[in-house]
Design a protein around this ligand. Structure first.
Ligand code: HEC
Ligand code: HEC
Ligand code: HEC
Ligand code: HEC
Ligand code: HEC
Length: 460
C-alpha cells in the first residue's frame, strides 16, 4: 500500500482531525526509518499531537545521564524560560495594530516552546505563559529533536515529528547510530540528525508576514567553506557545537577532537559521543542560572572565533582588520540586530594615560553612535530603523563578517602617536544593547557581560 492510500484509510477510520494528522505522519515514518534528504520546497504542514505523547527529559536522563547533565541549563533547555526572551517577546507585542506586525510578534513560541506549540498550548506569545505545562516549559528537548523524521522547510522550524505514545510505548528515537538496540525505546539511524539541516530549520528565521530574513545562521553556513562536498573538509553545526566540552572549544581555529565514551553508563564504547551543551556566544544567560561551566564555555568559544590586527596607514591613521577565523557562519550570527561585536581602540601616552579612545560604553552603558559595530539593522520598509523585529520589512545595513572573511576599518587618531605611546585594539562582544534591556518593563536586566574576543597592542 502506498502512503497516499494509507493516508486515505487513516482518514476514514479516525474521526478526530488531530488524531488523523498524527497518524498520517506516523505511517510513513515507520516505513522509512532512515531519512531521505528533506524536501525544502514542500509547503509547511501543521502537525498536532497530544502532550501525553512526549516524554519528560528527566526520564531520558535516567539512562542518558551525561547527555542530560550537558543539556540541562543549555539555551535549548531554557528556550521557553529564558527571561531575556520572554520579556522581549511580551514587550514586542505591546501597542501593535498592523496585522503583519502582530502575526510575527505572536509567532515566537513555534521555536521557543516547540512541544507546547505542537500539542496546542501555547500557540502564541499572548497565551498565558504561567499556564504552560512542565514538559513544554523545558524548551527544546530530547523527545522533540529525537522524534524528528523530516523537515517541511528550511526556516521557521519545519520539523515533522513522529513521537511515540508516552513512556509505556516510547516509539522510535532517531539518532546517529545504525546498530543501537536499547530496551526502553526503539532506535533507528537518521541521516537528518547528522546533517546541519536539523539545526538550520530553526536557525533560519523569517518574518512570517513580510518574509524578511531575521536570522540566517544556516544560510551563512551553507554558503561558506564548511559546507564542503569533500567529507574531509565538511564541518556541520554538530561538528563544532556538539564536539565542544570544557577545555575543548571546538571552533574553526582549534582542534575538534572526538569525545569517546558511551551514550548510557552500560552502553557500548563509541569513538564519539556528541555533546549536548549547545553553547554559542551567550555567557550571560548561563550566569543568570548559576551555570559557570556553560558561561566559561561560551567565553572559550568567543575567544577562538576571531582575530584582530592593526597597521599604521599614516602617522595618525590606523587600519584595524577583524577576521572571522573560527565561526562556521557570519560573525556575529543569529539575532544580529541585537548581538554586538565591536572595536574598542585606546591610545595611551608614555605614562599610561589614555589620550584617545573609541568604542567605550557611556555612563548609561550604551555604545556611542560612531562605534564600529558588526551587526544588522532592520527598517520599517520606508528606510526608518526599527528595533522591534515584528516591524522589520527590510535590512538597512549588514556589517556581519562572513566565514573566513575580514573587515577593515580606518580610524583617525588625535593626538598623533608619539614614540613610546601604546595603541590597543580590542574586539568585544555582548549579547544585547543596554538600550533594549532598559525598555523592558519590570526588574532591570543587566549589565550583561562584555567578553574580549581578541586584542592587539602596538608600541610606537
Ligand atoms: C536540538 C536537538 C537536540 C536535543 C534537544 C537533544 N539532542 Fe540528542 N542529538 C541530537 C543530534 C543532532 C545528535 C546526533 C549528532 C550527529 O550525528 O551529528 C544527537 C545525539 C544523541 C544521542 C546519540 C549519542 C551521542 O550523543 O552521540 C543520544 C543518546 C541523544 N542524542 C540523547 C539525547 C537526550 C537524552 C537529550 C535530552 C537530555 C537530547 N539528546 C537532546 C540533537 C538533539
Ligand atoms: C524559527 C525559530 C525562531 C522563532 C520563530 C523565533 N526565534 Fe528567537 N531565537 C531563535 C534562535 C535560533 C535563537 C538563538 C540565536 C542567537 O543566540 O543569536 C533565538 C534567540 C532569541 C533571543 C535571545 C535570547 C538571549 O538570551 O539572548 C531572543 C530575545 C529571541 N530569540 C526573541 C524572539 C522573539 C521575540 C520571537 C518572536 C517575535 C522569536 N525569538 C522567534 C529562533 C527563533
Ligand atoms: C532505560 C534506559 C534508556 C532510557 C530511559 C532512554 N534511553 Fe535512549 N538509549 C538507551 C540505550 C541503551 C541506547 C543505545 C546506546 C548505544 O547503542 O550506544 C539508547 C540510544 C538512544 C539514541 C540513539 C539512537 C540511534 O540509533 O542513534 C537516542 C537518540 C536516544 N537513545 C534518545 C532517547 C530519548 C529521547 C529518551 C527519552 C525519551 C531516551 N533515549 C531514554 C537507553 C535509554
Ligand atoms: C526547535 C528549534 C531549534 C532547533 C532544532 C535547534 N535550535 Fe539551537 N536554538 C534555538 C533557540 C530558540 C535558541 C535560543 C534559546 C533562548 O532564547 O534561550 C537556540 C540556541 C542555540 C545556541 C546558543 C546560542 C547563543 O546565543 O549562545 C546554539 C549554539 C544552538 N542553538 C545550536 C544548535 C545546533 C547545533 C542545533 C542542531 C543540532 C540546534 N541548535 C537546533 C532553536 C533551535
Ligand atoms: C567551524 C565551527 C562552527 C560551525 C561549523 C558552526 N559554528 Fe556556530 N559558532 C561557532 C563559534 C566560534 C561561535 C562564537 C562566535 C559567534 O558568535 O559567531 C558560534 C556561535 C554560534 C551561535 C551564537 C551566536 C550569537 O552571537 O548569538 C549560534 C546560535 C550558532 N553558533 C549556531 C550554529 C549553527 C546553527 C550552525 C550550523 C548551521 C553552526 N553554528 C556552525 C563555531 C561554529
Amino acid at each position: 500500500m502506498n502512503n497516499k492510500v494509507k493516508l486515505q484509510v487513516a482518514g476514514t477510520v479516525c474521526g478526530l482531525i488531530v488524531l488523523c494528522i498524527a497518524l498520517a505522519w506516523l505511517i510513513p515514518a515507520v516505513e522509512a526509518p532512515s531519512i531521505e534528504a528533506p524536501s525544502v520546497e514542500a509547503p509547511s504542514k501543521e502537525q498536532a499531537f497530544n502532550l501525553e505523547q512526549f516524554i519528560d527529559p528527566e526520564t531520558c536522563g535516567g539512562c542518558h545521564d551525561e547527555i542530560m547533565a550537558q543539556w540541562q541549563g543549555s539555551m535549548h533547555h531554557l528556550s521557553h524560560k529564558d527571561p531575556v526572551y520572554t520579556r522581549v517577546a511580551k514587550f514586542y507585542l505591546q501597542g501593535l495594530t498592523d496585522a503583519g506586525h502582530i502575526a510575527e510578534a505572536e509567532s515566537c513560541v513555534k521555536c521557543h516552546t516547540p512541544v507546547g506549540y505542537v500539542t496546542g498550548f501555547p500557540k502564541k506569545v499572548s497565551d498565558e505563559f504561567s499556564k504552560v505545562q512542565d514538559i513544554p516549559a523545558q524548551g527544546i528537548q530530547c523527545d522533540y529533536c529525537h522524534t524528528a523524521v523530516n523537515l517541511s522547510q528550511m526556516y521557521n522550524n519545519g520539523f515533522m515529528l513522529s513521537p511515540g505514545q508516552g513512556e509505556d510505548d516510547p516509539g522510535i528515537k532517531y539518532g546517529p547510530f545504525d546498530d543501537a538496540e536499547p530496551e526502553f525505546h526503539d532506535a533507528a539511524f537518521s541521516k537528518l540528525h547528522t546533517d546541519s539541516k536539523i539545526c538550520g530549520t530553526c536557525h533560519n528565521v523569517k518574518h512570517v508576514a513580510f518574509g524578511t530574513d531575521l536570522e540566517t545562521t544556516y544560510t551563512e553556513w551553507e554558503k561558506g567553506p564548511y559546507n564542503s562536498p569533500d567529507p574531509e573538509k565538511h564541518v556541520s553545526c554538530q561538528g563544532c557545537h556538539m564536539y565542544q566540552r570544557p577545555g575543548v572549544p571546538a571552533t574553526g581555529s582549534t582542534p575538534r577532537p572526538e569525545n569517546p565514551g558511551s551514550a548510557t553508563p552500560d552502553a557500548k564504547q563509541r569513538p564519539h559521543i556528541f555533546t549536548h551543551y549547545f553553547v554559542g556566544a551567550n555567557s550571560g544567560l548561563p550566569q543568570m542560572f548559576s551555570d559557570q561551566e556553560k558561561s566559561d564555555m561560551a567565553v572559550a568559544r568567543l575567544r577562538h572565533a576571531a582575530e584582530i590586527s592593526l597597521e599604521m596607514e599614516k602617522e595618525h591613521t590606523v587600519r584595524v582588520v577583524v577576521s572571522n577565523t573560527g565561526a562556521g557562519h557570519s560573525l556575529p550570527t543569529g539575532l544580529t540586530d541585537m548581538r554586538q561585536v565591536w572595536i574598542e581602540l585606546t591610545l595611551a601616552d608614555n605614562d599610561g594615560n589614555v589620550v584617545f579612545q573609541t568604542g567605550v560604553p557611556d555612563k548609561n552603558n550604551e555604545l556611542p553612535a560612531n562605534t564600529v559595530i558588526f551587526n544588522t539593522i532592520f527598517g520599517d520598509g520606508k528606510g526608518n530603523p526599527v528595533i522591534n523585529i515584528a516591524k522589520a520589512k527590510e535590512i538597512l545595513s549588514d556589517t556581519r563578517i562572513p566565514v573566513g572573511k575580514s573587515a577593515a576599518h580606518l580610524f583617525e587618531l588625535n593626538p598623533t602617536p608619539q614614540s613610546g605611546y601604546t595603541l590597543t585594539a580590542r574586539l568585544l562582544y555582548r549579547s544585547m544593547p543596554q538600550k533594549i534591556l532598559n525598555q523592558l518593563p519590570g526588574e532591570p536586566i543587566g549589565p550583561l557581560p562584555v567578553v574580549e574576543m581578541a586584542a592587539v597592542t602596538k608600541i610606537f
